[in-house]
Design a protein around this ligand. Sequence first.
Ligand code: 5SP
Ligand code: CO
Length: 214
Amino acid sequence: MPIVSPSLLAADLFKLGDQIKLIEQTDASYLHVDIMDGHYVPNINFGDKIVGELKQHTALTLDCHIMVNQPEQVIMDVAAAGGDILTFHPETSAHPYRLIQEIQRLGKKAGIAFDPGIALSTYADLLPLVDQVLVMTVSPGFGGQSFLPAMVEKVAAAKQLREDNDYHYDIEVDGGVNADTGQQCVTAGANVLVAGSYVFKGEIAERIESLTRL
Ligand SMILES: O=C(CO)[C@@H](O)[C@H](O)COP(=O)(O)O
Ligand SMILES: [Co+2]
């Protein structure tokens, strides 16, 4: 069963507590928290404060997607606040190798995210280390965009590389994921599905179930 990670970017912030309670009654086990700085991506939202609040109120795994330039301090703050998985875009860090090691030294899972325009081979030397590879299926920055079908091949390539080299990462997809596009990603090898608009702009439990049964 794929892991479903509902993206809070699409949640109704005035009903966040109730929406999280609904998610807790489903088979979704992650919550996806997008952290954006208005520089690496044009949008600004969320930070370590919301991660700390979430940690106090839910046992769901906090799957933090860090879209900020020079992410070292933000990542340390989000980890201290209770983030469980810290995924960043390697091009934002001067020393991504060291950053992965530092995240893991804290007992957290480290992930790297691939923008649609960046090949897996660009960060080939990071792949043996990481716990999660996030294949962006839209350009990062906004929810509600259309899935990029060309990224399905990248998911398949990430799976192949993992098999050929005995790597251990999960393969997560993020952007425009619904039951149809999610099926394509699972077939190609993804085992973590991030979904924002699809989950929150419909009946939450039903939408999640349609993804967990893929
Ligand atoms: O990281 C991002 C966007 O940059 C995502 O996590 C979005 O929040 C996904 O939203 P949908 O495409 O599922 O609406
Ligand atoms: Co995200």
